[in-house]
Structures are given as C-alpha cells and as structure tokens.
Design a protein around this ligand. Structure first.
Ligand SMILES: *[C@@H]1O[C@H](CO)[C@@H](O)[C@H](O)[C@H]1NC(C)=O
Ligand SMILES: *[C@@H]1O[C@H](CO)[C@@H](O)[C@H](O)[C@H]1NC(C)=O
Ligand SMILES: *[C@@H]1O[C@H](CO)[C@@H](O)[C@H](O)[C@H]1NC(C)=O
Ligand SMILES: *[C@@H]1O[C@H](CO)[C@@H](O)[C@H](O)[C@H]1NC(C)=O
Ligand SMILES: *[C@@H]1O[C@H](CO)[C@@H](O)[C@H](O)[C@H]1NC(C)=O
Ligand SMILES: *[C@@H]1O[C@H](CO)[C@@H](O)[C@H](O)[C@H]1NC(C)=O
Ligand SMILES: *[C@@H]1O[C@H](CO)[C@@H](O)[C@H](O)[C@H]1NC(C)=O
Ligand SMILES: *[C@@H]1O[C@H](CO)[C@@H](O)[C@H](O)[C@H]1NC(C)=O
Ligand SMILES: *[C@@H]1O[C@H](CO)[C@@H](O)[C@H](O)[C@H]1NC(C)=O
Length: 511
C-alpha cells in the first residue's frame, strides 16, 4: 500500500504531489494526497533473470570518448572490470530528436515522439492553453519543462514543486480548466508504470523536477523520484561534481535497499540515473581540445577530469553493490541518453534563432532548438513557404536541409496536420552549428553522428565479454529492461504500438 502518491524526494525535502488537481485559484495550495488508490499486489514479481536493473546515463558521452578513454587508461575500471565482463554494442544510436527530454522519454517508453508527443523539453502544444490563461483566448501554448516551471529555480530542491502559474492549462472533459504537470504531458505509459503495476519498486534520478514526467500519465510510475535542480549549481566543475555526488549517494542508497535518504528497507527493481559533469565540460567547461574529431576525440582538461572521476566513482559503486550483496543480481546498463555536437570545435558556429525565424518570412508561433531547430507556425499551410525561404538563406544560416509539413511525418515524427505536438518545420543544420548566441561549445537535440553515437555496455560479473556491431537503438532499452525483470512487454504502450525489440545477445526473452 502506498500511503502517499507521487512523492518527489527533492534533495532535502519530500513533497507529496496532488493527483487531484487544484480547482481553485491558479497557484493555490495542493490538496491532500489520496491514500490507498494504488494498491500493489502482495507478491513480488520474480520471473526475471535479474532482480535489479540499473540504467546509468553519462549525458553527452560518445562511444568514441569511451573507446579513447580505455585506450589511454588500460588499467581503469572501465577497461579492467567493466569491459572484461561487459557486452558492448559499438553501433548504438540515441533516439531523435536527441534533446534530453525526448531522449529520456524514448528510453523509458520505448516509443517515438509520434506516440509520446514529446519533441524537446520546451515546445509548443496546439492542444493546450497558455499558462495562467484560465483556458480563455486562443488555444495553443508553450509547454516549457525546463527549470522554468520550478517553483524556485535557484534552489537545489527546485522549490519542492511546480509553479502552477507557469505551466500550460487544459480543459477537462467536464469543462474545468486546470494547470498540467509534466507527467500529464506524456501520452504513453512508462516502464516504471509497468514495473509498479506488477508490484515492483522503481526510482528515477535526473536534473530537473520536471523529470517527474517519467511517472507516466497515471502519475504513479515512480516509487521515488530524486531531481536536484542542476540549474541552481554554479558554472564550475566543483559545483557540477557536488551535484553529481547527490546522485551517486542516492544511487548507492537505493541499490543497497533503502530509500534515497538512506533510511528504510525497500528493494528497488528498476532504477535510472543520469550524470551531468561531462555534458557541462563539453558545452560550458572548455570543451574538446583542438584537433578533436568524433573518430578521434581529444579531451580538454575538464572533459578528461569528468571521465576520470566517472571511472573512480564506478569502482566505488561496484564495490558498494558487492557489499550490499546485489552485484550478481543486477544488470547494469552504462550508456548515454545522447551525445554532444560538435566534437570538432573548429566547425563551431553560432547562428541566432532570430535570424532563422526572420528568414522563414511567415508567422512563427514557437521555435525550439540547439544544433537543430523545430518551428511551430501560426498557420501550418505556410510550411512549404517557410521551407523555401529558409533554403534561400541556407548559406548564411548554415542550413543543411529542411523538413516541412508532411515531410515531418515521412521522417518518422508525427504529422503536423493532425498531431497537435508535431512541429511544422525542422531545420537540420550543418555539423557544428548552434542556433543560439551564448558561449556554449556544444549542445544536442539534432540527429547528427555527434548527437547519436553513444556508448552502450551491459555489465554483470557473469556476462562474457563481447563486442557487437549490430545497430541497436537506445529506444530498445525499454523492452530490454522489462525483459530483464521478467515483466510483460505487452503492458508497454510503446512496445505494443511500435514494437522496438529487446536487444539481442543478452540471453533475454523477447515476449
Ligand atoms: C484566472 O482565474 C484566477 C482565479 O480565478 C484569476 O485570479 C485570474 O485573474 C484569471 N486570469 C485570467 C487571465 O482570466
Ligand atoms: C597496468 O597494470 C599493470 C599490472 O598491474 C602494470 O604492469 C602496468 O604498468 C599498468 N599500466 C598502466 C598504463 O598503468
Ligand atoms: C568494439 O569493436 C569496435 C569495432 O571493432 C572497436 O572499435 C572498439 O574499440 C571495441 N570496443 C568498444 C568498447 O567499443
Ligand atoms: C510563477 O510564474 C509566473 C508566470 O511566469 C511568474 O510571474 C511568477 O513570478 C512565478 N512564481 C515564482 C514563485 O517563481
Ligand atoms: C526518508 O524517505 C522516506 C521515503 O520517502 C520517508 O518515508 C522518510 O520519512 C524519510 N526519512 C527522513 C529521516 O527524512
Ligand atoms: C544516503 O544515505 C546516507 C545515510 O546512510 C545519508 O547520509 C545520505 O544523505 C543519503 N543520500 C541522499 C542523497 O539523501
Ligand atoms: C584552438 O583553435 C582556436 C581556433 O579554432 C585557436 O583560437 C586556439 O588558440 C587554439 N588553441 C590551441 C591551444 O591551440
Ligand atoms: C530579416 O529578413 C529581411 C528580409 O528577409 C532582411 O532584410 C533583414 O536583414 C532580416 N533581419 C534580421 C534581424 O535578420
Ligand atoms: C561570452 O563570453 C564573454 C567572455 O567571457 C563574455 O564577455 C560574454 O558576455 C559571454 N556572452 C554570453 C552571451 O554569455
């Protein structure tokens, strides 16, 4: 029995989130949580080959970063322990778009944005009303699930909840207008919901409270979420590491059979966590050294320091798992949600998004982007015009190609004519281009090799080392994780609709 629903353990605070949305003034107080709505079965599902699956994303890491690191440090934990018993996939591709939000969604829903409705962290939704609008005025709203919807973005807890005046609103079928939570935005269920529905405990750790969206549409997928706000940290390596240490500590507690805060006795079966220092070093901490290419990355000092620290921390984590008696029963998945572009910083060029918008020559409702750009137009029928105008300026805007209208669907995304979330236009930039005017040396979101070529290693001490060149997608990890725990794939919307299969060569059932 769960006495509270949807609790987010945020650094030092534990907050209960409402399952019944406030009906009163926007920003009003949260009603008391419902008790006993979700009753877990008394048995613990135990048909799986593994009792515990731990997915770790070293955000921003490329497969070649790992290969280079192992070459440089043949006695490292990566080289001497993990790869000794690791099953490596050397042609693993992150999902598209590679922005962290859809990249994370793919991992835990097994679905593409066509189903999930999630294209970036900050997008336009033709089916929602603007924040604080009370569902009056024209429909169509920004849904910004970055730090912007925190109650307090300057606090490590993110303020312990969401700013209900900053999130989009929807009309319910009974005519009420309500602000929505991140998990309401996701259209398909998550493997966390499947696991919980079968009586298992789950935990997910990420960088903003908005990652509670992995609770899934039921709002109940996570036994615990832990989302210290990365945006509250200073822009230096020490601060990034301090933040990461919260995640390492929480991970050690959870995998040893405790809650995030280290108390209680509870077995978590499905656990996901990310780390951020590498992505910070790549994009804001100096980046790669001159002469770096994706095939042969040359590490800048902060990138090397981040990788060395991961190696040391992994050793400690493996020792902790061993001490907790859980190493043998854990399937560890070491990967990255997405890479980072560019690795060759001599190609780096910032283009302002304003110049891009202006060049469309049509009315744009919303733009989102980094190394690619997605546009939602005021009138979808303008898509072909916008494309022609953008291509006429391709040289000055560093544009490689443009998808518009039906081409968005043909590429694999939703059809903007029908799908209220699908963008009308996607701008694919030349490698090294960032549609921003900040000082970042890298970012992600597009589908360039720099964004998509991620490491993927499965580790358990009983596995026999292997290195497979079969191309696999990180989206397949959803079914793979369910299978490792003996959970039914058919309970996952993404698997039923799109069927991304269990990754082979791991001895896992695909049913
Ligand atoms: C929305 O409703 C709240 C509370 O009823 C009110 O204070 C606010 O002014 C309304 N806003 C708009 C845009 O109608
Ligand atoms: C790795 O370890 C071996 C034996 O422990 C040692 O001989 C060798 O010098 C080490 N190599 C490096 C690069 O540290
Ligand atoms: C796996 O095989 C590829 C291709 O042969 C090789 O480049 C790579 O170094 C190997 N190891 C890893 C960890 O990818
Ligand atoms: C909540 O969002 C509204 C609208 O963006 C903003 O005016 C307000 O200052 C925010 N409140 C807090 C506590 O940040
Ligand atoms: C630790 O976390 C658990 C689960 O959220 C909670 O029930 C408990 O009260 C917390 N303990 C402390 C000391 O905060
Ligand atoms: C993990 O548990 C220890 C106590 O064993 C506690 O000191 C630490 O704060 C916990 N970590 C987190 C992130 O709460
Ligand atoms: C790296 O290249 C940039 C130009 O792309 C140059 O300004 C800088 O001095 C170079 N750095 C080193 C250490 O050579
Ligand atoms: C906007 O576009 C017009 C014509 O397409 C051009 O003359 C103008 O310089 C552009 N402005 C900016 C800010 O890019
Ligand atoms: C970029 O860096 C320079 C030098 O540190 C600084 O003066 C400038 O304000 C920065 N620009 C932005 C947009 O952050």
């Amino acid at each position: 029995m769960y006495t509270h629903l949807l609790s987010l353990a945020l650094a030092t605070t534990v907050v209960a989130f409402p399952t019944v949305k406030p009906q009163g003034p926007i920003g009003g107080s949260n009603p008391a949580p419902l008790s006993g709505l979700w009753t877990s079965p008394s048995h613990v599902y135990s048909n799986g080959q593994y009792k515990q699956v731990v997915y770790i994303s070293f955000d921003g890491m490329h497969r070649s970063d790992l290969v280079k690191y192992v070459e440089m440090f043949p006695n490292s934990t990566w080289a001497s322990i993990i790869l000794k018993n690791g099953v490596v996939f050397n042609n693993a591709k992150a999902s598209t778009p590679s922005d962290s939000f859809p990249a994370t969604t793919a991992l835990f829903t097994g679905a593409s944005p066509r189903l999930t409705g999630i294209y970036w962290d900050d997008t336009w939704a033709r089916d929602l009303y603007p924040a604080s609008s009370n569902c009056t005025g024209p429909i169509g709203a920004e849904a910004d699930w970055s730090v912007a919807s925190d109650l307090d973005a300057t606090s490590i807890t993110g303020g312990g909840g969401f700013n209900l005046s900053a999130v989009p609103m929807r009309l319910t079928s009974w005519g009420a207008c309500e602000p929505i939570f991140p998990h309401d935005y996701l259209r398909t269920n998550t493997i966390f919901e499947v696991a919980r529905g079968n009586g298992l405990n789950t935990a997910y750790l990420d960088k903003h409270p908005t990652y509670e969206f992995l609770n899934g549409p039921s709002g109940l997928g996570l036994t615990q979420g832990y989302f210290p706000e990365i945006g509250s940290e200073a822009a230096n390596m020490a601060a990034q590491w301090e933040w990461e240490d919260l995640h390492w500590s929480a991970l050690a507690n959870i995998t040893a059979g405790h809650y995030v805060n280290g108390t209680g006795s509870v077995d978590f079966s499905l656990i996901g966590v990310n780390f951020q220092a590498l992505t910070w070093a790549q994009s804001n901490g100096g980046g790669y050294a001159n002469g770096s290419t994706l095939a042969n990355p040359v590490f800048g000092s902060n990138i090397l320091a981040a990788l060395e620290r991961y190696d040391a921390k992994l050793k400690i984590f493996l020792d902790q798992l061993q001490a907790a008696g859980k190493l043998d029963s854990t399937l560890l998945i070491l990967s990255s949600k997405q890479g980072q572009s560019p690795v060759d910083e001599s190609t780096l060029k910032h283009i302002s998004s304003d110049a891009l918008l202006n060049a469309t020559g049509v009315e744009v409702s919303f733009f989102t982007g980094d190394d690619a750009g997605l546009l939602w137009l005021a009138h979808g029928s303008d898509a072909a015009t916008a494309k022609a105008n953008l291509l006429a300026n391709a040289e000055s805007l560093n544009i490689e190609s443009v998808l518009a209208g039906d081409e968005i669907w043909e590429y694999g995304f939703g059809n903007p004519r029908k799908d209220p979330r699908a963008p009308d236009v996607a701008v694919i930039a030349k490698d090294g281009t960032l549609f921003s005017t900040n000082n970042q040396t890298g970012n992600h979101g597009a589908w360039l090799p720099d964004d998509l070529e991620v490491p993927l290693v499965f580790y358990n001490p009983t596995l026999t080392a292997a290195n497979h060149s079969l191309q696999v997608q990180t989206r397949q990890l959803a079914a793979t994780m369910l299978s490792a725990l003996g959970l039914p794939l058919a309970q996952l919307d993404g698997w039923r609709e799109e069927g991304s299969p269990v990754i082979p060569f791991l001895g896992l059932a695909n049913n």
